[in-house]
Design a protein around this ligand. Structure first.
Ligand code: SF4
Length: 325
């Protein structure tokens, strides 16, 4: 089996956008690749080092959601980055051969500096985080890295670092392939991209009542002011969710919207019902899993031990090639 590596920053409870953007794909891939799925808690420090009080809880919540949504610790290695210290050592070794210019050129770097202008992120750690990503990937000699379009430049940088390291030290690190994953941008309740930072998410932890209330409050086609006005479903975030969670009914809804035969209140009620039907099995699974105290710790401890053993193989070869202990 080819090796595959991916990670997620510990963001706490996951929402529908996380599922559409990455996790649905992970759950599928875990049966066809040797997968390493990482809680990227050191990465979270690169932009959030000033307040780390929520890290433990966010990690636990996210891993519980991973398990509830179908990630299987028997099929994939599920681990926490800071529990596998080899990542830090590899990061140090790769940092030695990575020219500064390569990091400054990463398209997301300047963009994020602007976006996060209110935080003090002009740090060494923030500039260097693509090197840490290279360490994450190369630790497992991963051949495949599933990424969204915006992350493909990081995988390219990992390939360049591997090539340069191999050239300088005569090692045989594989160059991973970015596997672009279809990750549709899911719209949140306010019509912007669904994101925790916008406060517009529907999460897997919301109760049925909460989901219904959130859907009821969703923005719709802004041009449809009165019930009798025909709407344009293509611009409506409610319809975008119908497409995913009610695919067989979407055509009829679009017709009803365009002819004003269907009102937004009824349309939203149908969506809430479909969403709750999809979320109920996840809620039930989480409920069953939370009855097993210490489960997340167990999964992370076992997964991190497996990951550490594998990363140590890589690191042993690199230490020998570099000539350090
Ligand atoms: S009827 Fe449905 S799809 Fe049309 S504008 Fe209202 S909520 Fe959106």
């Amino acid at each position: 089996m080819q090796r595959l590596m991916s990670g997620m920053r510990p963001t706490g409870a996951l929402h529908l956008g996380n599922w559409a953007g990455a996790l649905a794909n992970w759950v599928t891939l875990q049966r066809s690749f040797a997968c390493y799925f990482m809680v990227a808690d050191w990465h979270a420090l690169t932009t959030g080092y000033e307040d780390t009080s929520g890290l433990e809880e966010s990690t636990a919540e996210m891993v519980m959601d991973w398990l509830s949504l179908g990630l299987d610790p028997e099929a994939a290695v599920i681990f926490r980055q800071s529990m596998v210290k080899a990542h830090a050592e590899l990061y140090l070794l790769f940092a030695m051969v990575t020219p500064l210019g390569w990091l400054e050129r990463v398209p997301t770097y300047k963009e994020q500096l602007r976006e996060l202008a209110e935080r003090e992120v002009a740090t060494y750690g923030f500039l260097g985080y693509p090197v840490l990503q290279a360490a994450d990937i190369l630790a497992y000699r991963a051949e495949v890295v599933p990424v969204g379009q915006d992350q493909s430049s990081h995988v390219e940088l990992t390939r360049e670092i591997a090539r340069r390291f191999n050239h300088v030290f005569g090692t045989a690190l594989p160059e991973p392939e970015a596997r672009l994953t279809p990750s549709p941008v899911l719209l949140g309740t306010d019509g912007r991209k669904m994101s925790k930072s916008y406060g517009n998410t529907i999460t897997f932890r919301d109760s049925a009542q909460e989901v219904t209330a959130k859907v009821r409050g969703m923005v719709t086609d802004p041009a449809r002011v009165r019930r009798t006005d025909p709407g344009t479903p293509e611009v409506c975030p409610v319809f975008a969710l119908h497409r995913i969670y009610n695919p067989e009914g979407a055509e009829e809804i679009a017709r009803g919207c365009r002819t004003a035969a269907l009102g937004c209140v009824a349309c939203k009620a149908m969506l809430a019902e479909r969403l709750n039907a999809a979320l109920e099995p996840v809620r039930e699974r989480r409920f069953a899993l939370t009855a097993r105290p210490g489960l997340v710790e167990e999964v992370l401890a076992a997964g991190s031990a497996r990951a550490a053993a594998e990363a140590e193989v890589t690191l042993g070869a690199l230490r020998a090639a570099v000539g350090v202990r």
